[in-house]
Design a binder for this molecule. Structure first.
Ligand SMILES: Cc1cc2nc3c(=O)[nH]c(=O)nc-3n(C[C@H](O)[C@H](O)[C@H](O)COP(=O)(O)OP(=O)(O)OC[C@H]3O[C@@H](n4cnc5c(N)ncnc54)[C@H](O)[C@@H]3O)c2cc1C
Length: 310
C-alpha cells in the first residue's frame, strides 16, 4: 500500500519538490515510461533522511534514480515513490583526504550524488586533476555511476572512488571505504543493497590541463562518432559477455536495424537499442528477447541486460 496521504503530509513539511503522476519518460534518456505515483526531487540530505525514515515506518520502499540514463521504466509506470537525486543535490568541491584513506600524493574531490559526471569532469579539468577523463560523456550522475561502477575507455569508477556515503532505507547515514564498495563489472555494493547514495570521494592526480582536456575531447569525440547519440537510448543494452562483445555478436547475427514497434537495434552501434519515436517499454523488452534468442541460437552466448528494468 502506498499510504499517499501520510507521505504527502511528510513532504509538505519538507522543503523538497514533489509531484504526483509524473511522466517518467521525461526523466529517462530512453524517453520511455509511464507515470510515477509520486516523484520527489532531493535537495537536502536531512530532509531526505526524514522522508526515508517515514517511508520505512510505513513499509513503503522507494525507487532511487539519478539521470535515468540506464533505466527502462514500465509502460504502466511505478506504483511507488520515486526519489530523484539530481541537479538540486549536485555540489562538487575539493576535499581533504577522507578518514581511513592515505593521501599518497593524491588530491581529493567530493561530489554530491546528483552532480552530473560532466560537471564533475569539468571541475577536475579546472583544478588540473587527472583520473576521470574516461567518464566524460557518460550521461549519468555521480550516484548512478557509483551504483553501476560506470566505466569506459579503460577506466571505471572503482579506479577513482575511495569512499561513498549513503542513507539506508530507514534514513540512517553510513560510510563505505575502498573494498567495502565491492566494485566489479557494472556492479557495486549498491547492486545488492538498497540505499540512497549521498555522495562520493574521488582520488585524483595533478596533471596538465591541456592533456586532461585533450583526452576528454578525444573520448567525447569517439562517443559522437560511434554511438547513436541522435536517438534516445539507455546506452549499451547488454553487459559484455566473457570473452566477447555484445555489439559484435549482435552485428554478426545480422540484427542491426531489427525493430519491434519504435524500438530498433541501432544501425550505427549494434550494442544500443534506440527509441526511433514512440517506442514503448514492451517494444524494447520484446526486441531484447529477440536479440537474446537469436544470439544464443547462433553463437551460444547468453546476453545479460545492463539496463535496469523498473
Ligand atoms: C548514450 C549513453 C551512453 C552511455 N555510455 C556509458 C558508458 O560508456 N559507460 C557506462 O558505464 N554507462 C554508460 N551509459 C549508462 C549510464 O549513463 C550509466 O550507467 C550511468 O552511470 C547511470 O547514471 P544515472 O544517474 O543515469 O543512473 P540511473 O539510470 O538513474 O540509475 C541507474 C542505477 O543506479 C541507481 N542509482 C542512481 N542514483 C542513485 C543514488 N543516488 N543512490 C543509489 N542508487 C542510485 C538506480 O537505482 C539504478 O539501479 C550510457 C548511457 C547512455 C544513454
Amino acid at each position: 500500500m502506498l499510504h499517499l496521504e501520510e507521505i504527502r503530509q511528510c513532504l509538505a513539511q519538507s522543503g523538497m519538490l514533489w509531484r504526483e503522476n509524473e511522466n517518467m519518460a521525461a526523466h529517462t534518456t530512453f524517453r520511455i515510461g509511464g507515470p510515477a505515483a509520486l516523484f520527489v526531487e532531493v535537495s537536502s540530505a536531512q530532509e531526505l533522511s526524514e522522508l526515508m525514515a517515514k517511508l520505512h515506518s510505513l513499509s513503503v520502499k522507494p525507487v532511487i534514480i539519478g539521470r535515468g540514463s540506464n533505466l527502462l521504466v514500465s509502460d504502466k509506470g511505478i506504483d511507488a515513490p520515486v526519489i530523484c537525486v539530481g541537479e538540486h543535490f549536485s555540489q562538487v568541491s575539493l576535499s581533504s583526504a577522507p578518514e581511513r584513506v592515505e593521501a599518497d600524493g593524491r588530491t581529493f574531490v567530493y561530489a554530491q550524488s546528483g552532480a552530473s559526471l560532466t560537471k564533475l569532469c569539468r571541475f577536475c579539468l579546472e583544478q588540473g586533476l587527472s583520473g576521470l577523463e574516461f567518464a566524460y560523456g557518460i550521461p549519468g550522475t555521480v550516484g548512478g555511476a557509483i551504483a553501476m561502477n560506470a566505466g569506459a575507455y579503460g577506466g571505471e569508477m572503482k579506479d577513482v572512488v575511495v569512499g561513498a556515503h549513503h542513507l539506508t532505507m530507514d534514513g540512517t547515514e553510513k560510510h563505505l571505504w575502498n573494498q567495502e564498495l565491492d566494485f566489479g563489472y557494472r556492479h557495486s555494493f549498491y547492486t545488492d543493497h538498497s540505499a540512497c547514495i549521498l555522495g562520493g570521494w574521488f582520488a585524483l592526480k595533478p596533471g596538465s590541463r591541456d592533456e586532461i582536456k585533450a583526452l576528454m575531447d578525444e573520448n567525447l569525440n569517439k562517443r559522437q562518432t560511434k554511438q547513436p547519440l541522435e536517438y534516445p537510448s539507455a546506452g549499451s543494452t547488454f553487459k559484455r559477455p566473457v570473452g566477447n562483445y555484445a555489439s559484435a555478436l549482435i552485428d554478426q547475427c545480422g540484427l542491426k536495424g531489427r525493430s519491434v514497434g519504435g524500438a530498433q537495434v541501432s544501425e550505427k552501434h549494434a550494442g544500443f537499442v534506440i527509441n526511433t519515436g514512440g517506442a514503448t517499454a514492451q517494444d524494447v523488452l520484446d526486441l531484447v528477447a529477440v536479440i537474446q534468442k537469436v544470439v544464443k541460437d547462433q553463437t551460444g552466448y547468453d546476453l545479460e541486460c545492463e539496463i535496469k528494468l523498473l
